[in-house]
Design a protein. Structure first.
Lengths: 400, 267
């Protein structure tokens, strides 16, 4: 691969001014003490940061190698890391005088986080969601609606996350004056990848200080799941210059064929899509390929451009976990640590189970649990073929 | 239209384009999708549009995720791809359409261009007989935008910028330095198709454009009726219609019907 400049702002001219305004607001906010104080206050007193760093003692024993720590982003309000960049963007939207925030969502986590922030900050909210994802993540749709957001199903394309991004972009172009588009990962045109990373990099800073307190050293490896890459780059960024392995885990799905996975490591090629240049799953003809993952949040064809940079420089290791490995990892950490992770995060946990045994006992792995598993209740029940849950649903249906 | 400034298509495009038009009447650029309803039928669609009076044919090469297109065109592109449309097949369509005696402008999104390789893509559309190119998601001042621009210039292909009311004057000035062919000005902010409500700022915006650039101004998005065309004729050098033809094709199995649609628009 020749050296590529990933990122950029590959969008229609009508977005130019809006993006310039956003860049200016973001640059200002970085230097503005008032913004920083408001953001810090919301993270602490609304979202509940800092999130705990759990020493996974029993899992460490069972795996027999590196000491395993879990950075539990699932302890955030709304159950995942997504709320962090939503709070940041929500504050920026207000500064830009926007009355509405719109978002795309896959798993529904980013949608719930956006709807929550909109309610908290008094903004109108519309969330675009592929109809296939609505089917997979109905409880989150219900929550978004309770929070006052309007959820708009996207009925074309693969009816998943990438189509929700398309639809949100389209709605945005028609409503530039009133709406801020709260992109849910480190992707899209400049400044989104940098901006969301800026907000999310608190994960890595907390990991550093929490581990310093407990172990007085750096981790040997940080592991995170990668959809677009916001929890991953958030976890990694503070360690880029250190001697720490950074391991991103993508969705290996059910196989290596087109449409069976969402791994850019397996089949990603350089492309330009949804405003940025990066690695994408695509055909020889440049059409975006269908993807699959048991976890809606990883079911996306593009890799955040800053992660693509790190991957290109061989600073980031990419790997993948299969659907069934993710499900097994949820079970393993539920039983050994009392933590039920989201299916997305379980991809990182599956990798922990593979690498920890191979690492020396005095080494340390930190794996980010990007979200808790409540939203996946129905998916877990099905994956574990839980008959009593099925009966419960039937009963519940009768009672309705 | 500013009658005095009207250019011939020869002036707008590469000198190899032979068609001349009378000044004083706006041109009409009719949009179609290569591969919709099918590959052979899309060639017939182009022929019908020419018969109906179109001056320029805009051929869209379908992309899986057309960011600037509304549901009418987006769904049609999806159907074309499902039926097997590829860039290679679209190039064959372009080649045939280019023999109908009207300039052909290719429209697509950046990823298929990038995937094929910018030089190879430009060479291919140039060989197929296209005179212009529209890539709405590739501004000139991006890494690959520069490269696209340079390659188009060398090949004599006009790289047509898409702008909308609301684009600031300073930005237009920057774009004007490199713009060739004509401006593609959308009637409002947003996507193709949808409503025929044109931005109230449109006439003023076009005035600003004319104060900056001598290039002709083509105006489109949501053009559905003769009245729309008439209204836009007051400010535009070229009026563009797209979704209106795709919608016609969706309603009727007979592709030649777009000739009638075309005629009804320009009267
Ligand atoms: C819990 C959870 N983890 C991870 C992701 C993937 O996103 P990212 O790669 O941006 O962290 C999502 C996205 O919806 C999510 O909900």
């Amino acid at each position: 691969m020749t050296h590529e400049t990933f990122g950029g702002a590959y969008v229609p001219e009508m977005l130019w001014k809006t993006l310039q305004d956003l860049i200016a607001a973001f640059e200002n906010a970085k230097k503005d003490k008032v913004f920083q104080a408001e953001f810090a206050d919301l993270l602490k007193n609304f979202s509940g940061r800092p999130t705990p760093l759990i020493f996974a003692e029993r899992a460490t024993k069972r795996l027999g190698g590196a000491k395993v720590y879990l950075k539990n982003e699932g302890a955030n309000h709304t159950g995942a890391h997504k709320i962090t960049h939503c709070l940041g963007q929500g504050l920026l939207a207000k500064r830009l005088g926007k009355k509405m925030i719109i978002a795309e969502t896959g798993a529904g986590q980013h949608g719930v986080a956006t709807a929550t922030v909109a309610a908290k900050l008094g903004l109108e909210c519309i969330v675009f969601m592929g109809s296939e994802d609505i089917r997979r993540q109905r409880p989150n749709v219900f929550l978004m609606e309770r929070l006052g957001a309007k959820v708009v199903p996207v009925e074309y394309g693969s009816k998943t996350l990438k189509d929700a991004v398309n639809e949100a972009l389209k709605f945005w172009m028609e409503n530039l004056d009133k709406a801020h588009y709260c992109i849910g990962s480190v992707l899209g045109p400049k400044p989104y990848p940098e901006m969301n990373r800026y907000f999310q990099s608190i994960i890595g800073r907390e990991i550093r200080s929490e581990l310093q307190e407990r172990e007085a050293k750096l981790p040997n490896a940080v592991i995170a799941c990668v959809g677009g890459g916001s929890n991953a780059i958030g976890s990694f960024h503070d360690f880029i210059k250190d001697d720490v392995r950074l391991i991103g885990v993508e969705a290996g799905g059910v196989g290596k064929k087109v449409g069976q996975h969402a791994s850019r490591k397996i089949a990603g090629r350089v492309g330009i899509f949804q405003g940025y240049k990066s690695l994408f799953l695509q055909t020889d003809d440049g059409q975006i390929s269908p993807t699959h993952s048991i976890s809606a949040g990883l079911d996306y064809p593009g890799l955040g451009p800053e992660l693509a940079d790190l991957y290109q420089e061989a600073r980031l290791e990419l790997t993948y976990a299969l659907d069934k490995e993710a499900v097994a990892a949820v079970d393993f950490f539920a039983k050994s640590e009392g933590v039920i992770s989201a299916l997305e995060s379980a991809h990182a946990l599956a990798e922990v189970r593979k690498v920890a045994p191979k690492m020396p006992k005095d080494s340390i792995i930190v794996a980010t649990i990007s979200g808790r598993g409540d939203k996946d209740l129905f998916n877990f029940a099905r994956a574990f073929k839980d008959k009593s849950f099925r009966d419960f649903l039937k009963d519940e249906y009768e009672r309705y | 239209m500013k009658g005095t400034k009207t250019k011939t298509l020869e002036e707008i495009f590469h000198p190899s384009t032979t068609l001349r038009v009378k000044s004083g009447k706006p041109l009409f650029m009719a949009h179609m999708i290569a591969g919709y309803p099918t590959i052979p039928e899309s060639v017939q669609v182009a022929k019908a549009l020419v018969k109906g009076g179109a001056d320029i044919i805009e051929v869209q090469i379908p992309f899986s995720d057309p960011m600037a297109d509304g549901p009418t065109i987006a769904v049609a592109c999806e159907e074309a791809l499902k039926k097997g449309a590829t860039v290679a097949k679209a190039l064959v369509v372009i080649k045939k359409v280019a023999t109908f005696g009207k300039p052909v402008v290719v429209m697509t999104y950046m990823n298929p261009v990038y995937r094929m390789g910018i030089p190879k893509f430009i060479e291919a559309i140039s060989k197929a007989g296209a005179t212009g190119l529209i890539v709405p998601d590739c501004p000139f001042d991006t890494q690959d935008g520069w490269s696209l621009l340079a390659t188009c210039k060398a090949a004599g292909i006009a790289l047509i910028p898409v702008v909308s009311p609301g684009v600031p004057k300073e930005r237009l000035k920057t774009l004007a330095k490199d713009a060739t062919g004509f401006w593609y000005c959308t009637t409002r902010q947003g996507i193709t198709g949808a409503t025929s409500v044109f931005a109230s700022a449109l006439p003023g915006f076009i005035k600003t454009m004319r104060s900056i650039s001598e290039l002709p101004v083509a105006v489109g998005f949501g053009v559905k009726s003769r009245k729309d065309v008439k209204d836009l004729s007051k400010v535009a050098d070229i009026v563009i219609g797209g979704s209106v033809f795709v919608a016609t094709l969706k309603r009727s199995k007979k592709v030649l019907i777009v000739e009638k649609t075309m005629r009804s628009l320009i009267g």
